[in-house]
Design a binder for this molecule. Sequence first.
Ligand SMILES: [Zn+2]
Ligand SMILES: [Zn+2]
Ligand SMILES: [Zn+2]
Ligand SMILES: [Zn+2]
Ligand SMILES: [Zn+2]
Length: 445
Amino acid sequence: MASQDPHTDGSDRIPTLAYKQALCFSCWDIPSNLNRCIACKRVSYCSVKCQKQDWNRNHKKICKKLVALNKQKTCVPSTGRRWNDYYDEQVYYPTHLERRAAGYEPYCYHCYRRESQLEDGAKLKVCRYCFLTSFCPSCQQTHPSAECATLQDIAADEKIVVDLYRKTGKISTISFTAFPRKYHIPFSSATGWYDYYTRFSDKGGFSSKMNPDLKYQANDPKEREFVEYMRYGTNTTTTQLTLIAALEAIIRNISTQHSINLHIIGAAGAEFAALPAFEELLHQLPSLTAVQLSFVGPNVFKDLEDDTESQKPHTLQCCTACVKMGRSISIATWRGLYHAYIDTKFYKTPDLAAAFHSGFSVDEQADWFPTINYLAHAPHPTLFTADRFFEIEGEMGVWKYLGAEFVKNAEVNKWKGMTPSLGVCGDKPNEVTYRNNWWYIVKQS
Ligand SMILES: [Zn+2]
Ligand SMILES: [Zn+2]
Ligand SMILES: [Zn+2]
Ligand SMILES: [Zn+2]
Ligand SMILES: [Zn+2]
């Protein structure tokens, strides 16, 4: 979950299959034989080399704490255990990596017991279709087929990432429109991603090859890979498409607007990995010539290390067509909390501010509250997204308390990421989430 204090260790990119011990935690290979860390038993490796590498990178920081967690649950709960019992055992861990290692640990789908909680020496058996659900020897060895199918989708999409990583060393695919559009088609007229790919972007050639869920229909491996990349790419471009939809919702004459000033609040790794895709704003809104982006958050751009003091903007490399037309995207960064940023000389009221999957009602509330308090009555509208409905419920409670009004009420986002992912210790077992699944826009005062 992102926050104003994003975790910069990149750990949220580790495939869930690796947390579930179906892949080597280090190289993401699927060898015939994986060996667990003998101390914590929470991660598995294909070789000593991989284990050493991960130990030096991350594991030495968390192994001891995971061992401590194992010791807390030496009791043997019965098979009749409830989800809440499991849930209450999830100790809050300060780092993302620990929370994931603990939250994704395989447990029996029916009695919610982890392997260390089973009767002496008993082992969990993994579902051989999805690899993401396990069963203890005392329980039924199946789970509902619809659920298994969704989890198989997760595993298949993760395979795309794993292959990509093994081929290129990178984990993000960015797939947006290659050329600027000549005229504007309102996003509000689109039915969703399939419509976007076939009507708005220049990837329409594949329309007959995929179904509305962006799944490949025919049987050519190269084409299939391309369609899979388009589907996986929605997880990146969801940010830009949601922004375009929000701009349409708040600016009546968006199709003739020349410049836009956007603030991205609490920006985390996902927004930075997606930087080149911000050009999609120029490509879908042809009247725009200048986009000013300001990223504000305590850990923005640790890698790019821009000149935070002078806030000298960095210019995004755009395509030849955009450059020829004199169009540009400038990116400024400011490291700190948003409510502090508004008092600096760098602040200029934006057309729109956006906080993607902020999780402000469940995570780091103390850091978020002054910012949220400000945004309830700010001089600009603010877009919010969330992956899970319970976050939206919490956020609506906060806005009501602050007396905020909405330009757009919370609803399912047409431009959510199409790749499902497994929630870390969700409200229920195997809770599936989508990036930017929900969205709403708080009104300016
Ligand atoms: Zn390995
Ligand atoms: Zn360990
Ligand atoms: Zn069981
Ligand atoms: Zn399954
Ligand atoms: Zn361009």
